[in-house]
Design a protein around this ligand. Structure first.
Ligand SMILES: Nc1ncnc2c1ncn2[C@@H]1O[C@H](COP(=O)(O)OP(=O)(O)OP(=O)(O)O)[C@@H](O)[C@H]1O
Ligand SMILES: [Mg+2]
Length: 363
C-alpha cells in the first residue's frame, strides 16, 4: 500500500485592500515629484544627454531673452569637471560631475522673479503668447536645476543685473519638490563686472564625450544657426573657443499669430468660446482666428446652421439669462412670430415649458 505524500500547506494570502483603504492612499502628485521620477521626458535620460540638455536650456533662454530685449546675444558657456568628495579634480573624459555656467549679456531678470524662474517648474513668460520662441513651457531651466539638485544636492547659483545703475543680485535656490516652490538658500547684492545680464551655474552629474550630440558640437551648430550671436565656449579640457558673430543685427522678431480654424481641436474651440470677448458667433470667428474675414465667418455660420448673431456658447457664469426663474429658455432663443414684441422677448414661463415639452416629445 502506498501512502500519499502530504500536500504542502498553502500560505495564507494577505487580505486584499478595501476601497476605503485604497481611497486613503490617494494623494496629489506635484509636478516636480512627477518629473523627478520621469526625468527622461525632459531630456535628462543619461549623464551625457543631461549635460547637453542643461547647456541647451540655458543657451536657449539667453538667446530668447537677448533677442526679445533687442540686444545682440553674447553668450559664454563654461564646463568645468568637479571632484567628487575630497579626491582630485579628474580629467574631463573621466569626470562624472560638472559645473555648467552660462552667462548672457541680455536684459537680466528682476530680483523677485529669480527664485521662481530657476526653482519652480511651469513658470515662465512664453507659454501664453502665440509667438515663436525657442522655449515655451516654463520648465527648461528649472528642470536643469532640479536635475543638478537631485544628482549632487547642490543649489542653482544665479547672478542677475538689469542695468548699470541697478545692483547685481546673487541667489542660491533649490526646488521644494513636494510643493514645486523655490527654497532660497542665499540672497544678497554683490559687485559684478557686467552691467547687465544673467549668469546661471548648475553643478550636476554628467559625462563629457566629444563627437555627435556633444556639447562641443552643439556650440558649433548654435554658432552656425545664430550668426547674429557671439559664443565663447570654455571646454572642460580647458580650451577656449570664440565664435564671433557674422551678422551685426538681430533677425526680425516673430509676430504673434492667432490660430487658424483648421488647426483647432473641438475642446480648444470650446475653451476659446468661453474666453472670447466677442458677443456673436460671427464676431468670434473673425476676431479670434487668423485668416477668417467677416464674410467667411458668416459663411461658416451658415454652413454650420448657426445664426451669425447667436450669442456665444458660454460658461454658466455668462450663460444668457432665462426669461424667468421657472423657464429654461435662454433669452437669446428665436422670438415667437405671433407674439407681441414685449411678450416675445419674455414669453410666459408656461408657454416656454410647454414648448420645451413639445420639443422633447417624440413624434
Ligand atoms: N537668461 C535669461 N534672461 C532673462 N529671462 C530669462 C532667462 N532665463 C529664463 N528667463 C525667463 O524665465 C522663464 C522661464 O525659463 P524656462 O527655461 O524655465 O522656460 P521657457 O524658456 O519659458 O520655456 P522652456 O521650458 O520651453 O524652456 C522664461 O520664460 C523667461 O521669461
Ligand atoms: Mg527655456
Amino acid at each position: 500500500m502506498t501512502t500519499k505524500p502530504a500536500e504542502p500547506k498553502a500560505k495564507p494570502r494577505p487580505a486584499g485592500k478595501s476601497a476605503d483603504e485604497m481611497g486613503k492612499m490617494q494623494r496629489e502628485i506635484s509636478v516636480s515629484e512627477f518629473f523627478t521620477k520621469n526625468r527622461h521626458l525632459l531630456g535628462f535620460d543619461n549623464p551625457r544627454k543631461a549635460l547637453l540638455t542643461a547647456v541647451k536650456e540655458a543657451v536657449d533662454n539667453a538667446l530668447d531673452a537677448s533677442e526679445e530685449a533687442g540686444l545682440l546675444p553674447d553668450i559664454v558657456v563654461k564646463l568645468e569637471p568637479v571632484a567628487v568628495g575630497d579626491g582630485p579634480v579628474p580629467a574631463a573624459s573621466q569626470a562624472t560631475r560638472f559645473r555648467v555656467t552660462v552667462i548672457d549679456h541680455g536684459p537680466g531678470i528682476v530680483r523677485d522673479q529669480i527664485p521662481k524662474i530657476f526653482a519652480k517648474l511651469l513658470y515662465g513668460s512664453k507659454f501664453h503668447r502665440l509667438r515663436m520662441s525657442r522655449g515655451q513651457q516654463g520648465i527648461g531651466i528649472s528642470a536643469a536645476g532640479m536635475y543638478g539638485q537631485l544628482t549632487t544636492g547642490k543649489p542653482v547659483k544665479i547672478i542677475s543685473r538689469t542695468g548699470e545703475k541697478q545692483p547685481a543680485h546673487y541667489f542660491e535656490v533649490q526646488i521644494d519638490t513636494k510643493k514645486n516652490e523655490p527654497l532660497i538658500l542665499e540672497k544678497k547684492q554683490i559687485e559684478w563686472e557686467r552691467h547687465r545680464g544673467t549668469q546661471v551655474t548648475i553643478e550636476m552629474e554628467g559625462r563629457h564625450q566629444k563627437g555627435r550630440a556633444s556639447v562641443d558640437e552643439y556650440m558649433e551648430l548654435s554658432a552656425i544657426s545664430n550668426p547674429h550671436a557671439q559664443f565663447t565656449y570654455h571646454s572642460p579640457e580647458g580650451e577656449t573657443k570664440v565664435y564671433p558673430r557674422t551678422i551685426q543685427h538681430n533677425p526680425d522678431p516673430p509676430k504673434e499669430i492667432k490660430p487658424h480654424p483648421y488647426g483647432i481641436e473641438l475642446g480648444m474651440l470650446l475653451k476659446m468660446l468661453q474666453d472670447t470677448k466677442s458677443h456673436w458667433a460671427s464676431g468670434f470667428l473673425s476676431t479670434d482666428f487668423s485668416r477668417v474675414s467677416p464674410e467667411t465667418a458668416e459663411q461658416i455660420c451658415k454652413t454650420a446652421g448657426v445664426s451669425p448673431r447667436s450669442a456665444r456658447a458660454t460658461s454658466s457664469a455668462r450663460r444668457p439669462r432665462s426669461c424667468s426663474r421657472r423657464c429654461r429658455r435662454p433669452s437669446s432663443w428665436p422670438r415667437r412670430r405671433t407674439a407681441s414684441r414685449r411678450s416675445a422677448r419674455r414669453p410666459s414661463s408656461r408657454a416656454c415649458i410647454s414648448r420645451s415639452r413639445a420639443r422633447s416629445t417624440p413624434p
